[in-house]
Design a protein around this ligand. Structure first.
Ligand code: UGA
Length: 442
């Protein structure tokens, strides 16, 4: 049993706090938001994350997990302090480190015994050294500490299982003893542990996210070529994925990546490269392709109707991906804003993200379920691959629509089946049976 303090109770912080307490450690989670902490004490979570509520309640009840706004309380017995605060996108794609700075300064002012400070937030390469300098400069009197980078690789919507089943643990530090002690904490997870220097660990995180984003933009580019040439990108991805060097995952073509990580991290990496005189051409292409994918959905509607003005369009799914209520950088915002701006009536349905979505897209006309969404629509546009959309009664859906038009931004359905049901159906990259329907066999 170790004493751990976690700063920040967003996705990364709450998962770190809840899961390390579940492994038998004593964890105090600190956040500057009184409201978040008051809610957590009542088991009201700031995020929707499958399984999280149970883990939090179980560990609060066992006395291993506490929530507080007080750094004093958090650091009192701590051997480790995890910095898990947000690093939003700042100017020119540069990561905004103001919350990391506040956390580092407050830790420095509050600590009264040696600490291992572990950075889990995604931070620009060099931030570990910067945190170390801040702590040194801010401490009222010198007390030993060490900074270790331990980037987080969990996915929203799968945070708990990703925490317990990581592919690897990356630890960056030049202090071998500190790195070993953090490694001990992670031993129950039985994953390979890679120890590097601080900057390399920070870079592993960016390079991993940028590679995954590249994989998505790559398959989206292939999808667009498939549309022109009459091939089916889903089958192309399957055929490619059997090659062990390529692998089947992250090859789902669609409306492009969103969320709080990929868009921000790819831009931040490109920014770091530019600042240091490098030309990250591939990263720029990844970003451009991703932007285009959102417009692509709209182009498909305009290709069918000429103009979207006065059309009623139902957005099926609003969150940036399934199993989350997170709307950050969700493609649905760009697509909804455009449709609304061009005079369409925009309706929306999402199993859990509607409250968050309506704050960002106040024009949305919200529905109770997919059928209610489709009622009277000129088109339904599938934007989030929620499981509940995969087995819809598509005849019932068609019958309540004004025109049976579907743009399937996640390739959930089969073009031939949809066309057989009488839909005007457009998938992404689905050759002559779907998509634009124009390409013909020679
Ligand atoms: C991502 C990474 O997968 C995590 O490893 C990382 O820890 C996290 O960012 C982070 O940096 O914190 P997350 O943003 O939760 O996790 O979501 P993903 O499941 O990776 O999906 C990202 C976006 O790509 C979503 O919009 C998703 O719909 C899209 N996507 C994913 C595709 O369009 N196609 C795919 O084949 C896969």
């Amino acid at each position: 049993m170790k004493n751990i303090c976690v700063i920040g109770v967003g996705y990364v912080g709450l998962t770190t706090a809840a899961c390390f307490s579940d492994l038998g450690n004593k964890v105090v989670a600190v956040d500057i938001s009184e409201e978040r902490i008051a809610n957590l004490k009542k088991a009201i979570l700031p995020i929707y994350e499958p399984g999280m509520q149970e883990v939090v309640v179980r560990n609060v009840e066992s006395g291993r997990l506490h929530f507080t706004t007080s750094y004093e309380e958090g650091l009192k017995d701590a051997e480790f302090v995890f910095i898990c605060v947000g690093t939003p996108e700042g100017v020119d794609g540069e990561a905004d480190l103001r919350y990391v700075r506040i956390a580092a300064e407050t830790i420095a002012k509050t600590m009264d015994h040696p600490l291992i400070i572990i950075n889990k937030s995604t931070v620009p390469v060099g931030t570990g050294d910067w945190v170390s300098d801040i702590v040194k400069e801010t401490q009222p009197k010198p007390i030993d500490f060490s900074v270790v980078s331990c980037p987080e690789f969990l996915r929203e919507g799968a945070a708990i299982s990703d925490f317990y089943n990581p592919d690897r643990t990356v630890l960056g530090s030049t202090d071998r003893d500190a790195a070993n002690r953090v490694a001990q904490l992670h031993l129950p997870l039985r994953a390979p542990i890679i120890v590097t220097n601080l900057r390399t660990a920070e870079m592993i995180k960016y390079a991993s996210n940028a590679f995954l984003a590249t994989k998505i933009s790559f398959i989206n580019e292939i999808a667009n070529i498939c549309e022109a040439l009459g091939a089916d990108v889903k089958e192309v991805a399957t055929g490619m994925g059997y090659d062990k060097r390529i692998g089947p995952r992250f090859l789902d073509a669609g409306i492009g990546y969103g969320g709080s990580c990929f868009p921000k991290d790819v831009k931040a990496l490109a920014h770091m490269a530019n600042v240091h005189g490098r030309h990250p051409q591939l990263l720029h292409a990844v970003i451009d392709i991703n932007d285009y994918q959102r417009r692509h959905v709209i182009l498909k509607l305009e290709e069918i109707w000429g103009s979207v003005k006065d059309k009623v369009v139902g957005l099926m799914g609003l969150a940036f991906k399934e199993n989350t209520d997170d709307m950050r950088e969700s493609p649905s915002i760009t697509i909804g804003d455009y449709l609304h701006g061009r005079g369409a009536v925009v309706r929306g349905y999402d199993p859990v993200a509607m409250e968050n979505a309506s704050k960002i897209m106040p024009y949305l006309n919200l529905a109770e379920d997919p059928y209610d969404l489709a009622r009277g629509c000129d088109a339904v546009v599938v934007l989030t691959p929620w499981n509940e959309f995969k087995n819809l009664d598509l005849e019932r859906l068609r019958d309540v629509m004004r025109q049976p038009v579907m743009v399937d931004g996640r390739n959930l359905y089969e073009p031939e089946i949809m066309q057989g049901l009488g839909y005007t159906y457009r998938g992404i990259g689905r050759g002559y049976n779907g998509s634009n329907g124009k390409a013909k066999k020679k």
